[in-house]
Write a protein that binds this ligand. Structure first.
Ligand code: TMP
Length: 216
């Protein structure tokens, strides 16, 4: 089975970290080599961009600056880490990817999707995840969880309306992509975990069946 690039998406406090560790074990238990990456971040330069993006600057950060930094970090990560890993047979789990930009900079900040599309095709071409897993949480619940973890960063301070719009964008993305899974992340942790495993098993079996049909 050729390696897949699987991405976990969701608002702050959706429970991405637990889902990522569960997903990593799932893939490793199937006998695959797997690495995890995060966005923005995942290379020395992209981690520096992450610090820059999260920092609370004493000046207005324009929507365009934020957008360009996200794609700069993504380009470094995709070219230097994700593609080489996939080419060497290693599966890749991404803590956020392009949907975060569509949700946060597109939905949240209101940047037109045409502008995002132009940047995406410039930096990513037709490179897309094999599976996107969206953890759905109401912003008020997610932000409360994030606040419980400590101080909020510059983006997390954007306000409830911003996150409501980002959530709407995420839901539209899930509805328009067949290689996407939505999990209700407002349930108990046990139920979130069992839903995730159930849907992963379905996806894995389907992917393998598709490969067999392709070979037959
Ligand atoms: P997190 O991954 O620890 O949640 O932090 C990343 C922050 O950056 C989070 O607030 C979401 C935000 N972000 C964007 O606004 N656009 C993007 O494209 C990405 C990858 C992240």
């Amino acid at each position: 089975m050729s390696p897949s690039f699987i991405v976990i998406e969701g608002l702050e406090g959706a429970g991405k970290s637990s889902a990522i560790s569960q997903l990593t074990s799932f893939i490793a238990n199937k006998g695959h080599d797997v690495i995890c990456t995060r966005e923005p971040g995942g290379t020395p330069m992209s981690e520096a961009i992450r610090e820059c993006v999260k920092h609370d600057w004493n000046e207005r950060v324009t929507e365009e600056t934020e957008l360009l930094l996200m794609y700069a970090a993504r380009s470094q990560l995709v070219e230097n880490v994700i593609k080489p890993a996939l080419e060497s047979g290693t599966w890749v789990i991404g803590d956020r990817h392009d949907w975060s930009t569509i949700a946060y900079q597109g939905g949240g900040r209101g940047i037109q999707l045409e502008k995002l599309g132009a940047l995406r095709s410039m930096t990513l071409g037709n490179f897309t995840p094999d599976l996107s897993i969206y953890l759905d949480v109401e912003p008020s619940i997610g932000l409360q969880r994030a606040r419980g973890r400590g101080e909020l960063d510059r983006i997390e301070l954007a306000g409830l309306g911003f996150f409501e719009r980002a959530r709407t964008s995420y839901k539209e993305l899930v509805a328009t992509h067949s290689n996407a899974i939505e999990i209700n992340a407002m349930q108990t942790m046990d139920k979130v975990q069992s839903d995730l495993i159930e849907k992963l098993n379905e996806w894995y079996a389907r992917t393998q069946a598709d490969i067999k049909v392709g070979m037959g």
